[in-house]
Ligand binder design. Structure first.
Ligand code: NAD
Length: 370
């Protein structure tokens, strides 16, 4: 069995608390020979700034490059609000994304039957929901130049952001999207604003060409991002995989997140390009939530988003789909049994803590794999 090298970066706030539950699961997977994992750990974010005056060290970056996958907790907190901008906690995550070339951000939105009531939408709209938003992560308006604010000298200023996409950037995210759709219900929806943006025209054209050339078997549809957003809350089950640019993806994935009820439930994966020689991709897996300073250190954090990120790592980095399915099923069963952390518990009901939830998932996995 191949041994996979994981770099764990717990970070700040609740990061180390939820990562502790992932470590229990990795130990379980190793003991049951469901996979073979070697782990290393490093500092990132505010804790790294305190130790080294940077948000991530070169040595940790080298470990990230050498690892088969990085599992990231969360960074930040009020105690680092005043540190210099270049070494703020988030700079560690941005450096990882940039240097590992993580251009494809996969965010599943799954509504567990047991949590249907936590969504702000009606039961029939979200019950059984299982979709993926794929966001382009390294291009578009967040990075395009020029990006300036100019004083016009007449009491006015002018702010400019630039939306730029090259063909290769759209092609590579489209391929990830079609591949994902092929492994699921074989339907891809591409969203842009071709009616008012040139980058939307090119996006639409390139996705259509990649489809015609390489993925004719996948059903492709195009929606304008604004009506796509409306459809996402009106009838989200019409989608399987949605692919979109950095800006629209930022918004649409947050909307999709709320369909499922709680921030503590949402995992994500960020993937880089496939290596020509090995076929492997650089990858980083992290919960969507932040470091939750308001509950840090209290053992209250919901570890499910972090555990779901490990499941995505098993599936996308190591092809261990069965182990990933078993882990996700164990989480669903634990929720179905009624166990809840505070963020997803009904008011006035009893809740368990971070370690209690992690232990329950390990026990359920053990029971299911007997
Ligand atoms: P947050 O996601 O940390 O918290 C928002 C709310 O959700 C809080 O009330 C928190 O208690 C709750 N919450 C979040 N995760 C939870 C979990 N697993 N279980 C239970 N409740 C949970 O967002 P924020 O408050 O805007 O930011 C706090 C800090 O985190 C800031 O410093 C911010 O910059 C940072 N942040 C980091 C990341 C990251 O590391 N990727 C992402 C977002 C925010």
């Amino acid at each position: 069995m191949a041994t996979h090298k994981l770099l764990l970066l717990p970070g700040d706030g609740i990061g180390p608390e939820v990562m502790a539950e992932v470590k229990k699961l990795i130990a379980f997977l190793n003991a049951r020979r469901l996979g073979s994992f070697e782990i290393e750990e490093g500092l990132v974010g505010g804790c790294c700034y305190d130790a080294h005056k940077v948000a991530i060290t070169d040595a940790t970056m080298a470990k990230a490059h050498a690892a088969d996958a990085v599992i990231f907790g969360a960074v930040g907190g009020p105690q680092w609000d005043r540190v210099p901008y270049e070494v703020r906690p988030e700079a560690g995550l941005l450096r990882l994304r940039k240097e590992l070339g993580l251009f494809a951000n996969i965010r599943p939105a799954i509504c567990y039957p047991a949590l249907v009531e936590s969504s702000s939408l009606k039961r029939e709209v979200v019950d059984g929901l299982d979709i993926i938003i794929l966001r382009e992560l390294t291009g578009g308006v967040y990075f395009g130049e020029p990006k300036t604010i100019t004083d016009l000298g007449n009491g006015q200023k002018r702010a400019i952001d630039t939306q730029v996409y090259d063909t290769y950037e759209i092609e590579r995210i489209a391929r990830v999207a079609f591949d994902l759709a092929r492994r699921r219900r074989n339907k891809l929806t591409s969203m842009e604003k071709r009616n008012v943006m040139k980058s939307g025209v090119l996006w639409n054209e390139v996705v259509t060409q990649v489809h015609a050339r390489e993925y004719k078997d996948v059903q492709l549809e195009h929606q304008l991002a604004d009506s796509g957003g409306m459809n996402l809350v009106k009838w989200p089950k019409q989608f399987d995989v949605i692919v979109t640019d950095n800006l629209f993806g930022d918004m649409l994935s947050d909307i999709a997140a709320m369909l499922t009820g709680s921030l503590g439930m949402l995992p994500s994966a960020s993937l880089g390009a496939e290596d020509d020689q090995t076929g492997k991709r650089k990858a980083l897996y992290e919960p969507v939530h932040g470091s939750a300073p308001d509950i840090a250190g209290k053992g209250l954090a919901n570890p499910i988003a972090m555990i779901g990120s490990l499941a995505m790592c098993l599936r996308y980095s190591f092809g261990l789909g069965e182990a990933a399915d078993a882990l996700e099923k164990a989480v669903a069963n634990v929720l179905a049994s009624g166990l809840r952390t505070k963020d997803i518990a009904a008011p006035g009901t009893n809740a368990i803590g971070t370690a209690g939830m992690g232990d329950a998932v390990v026990s359920e996995l053990r029971r299911a794999l007997k």
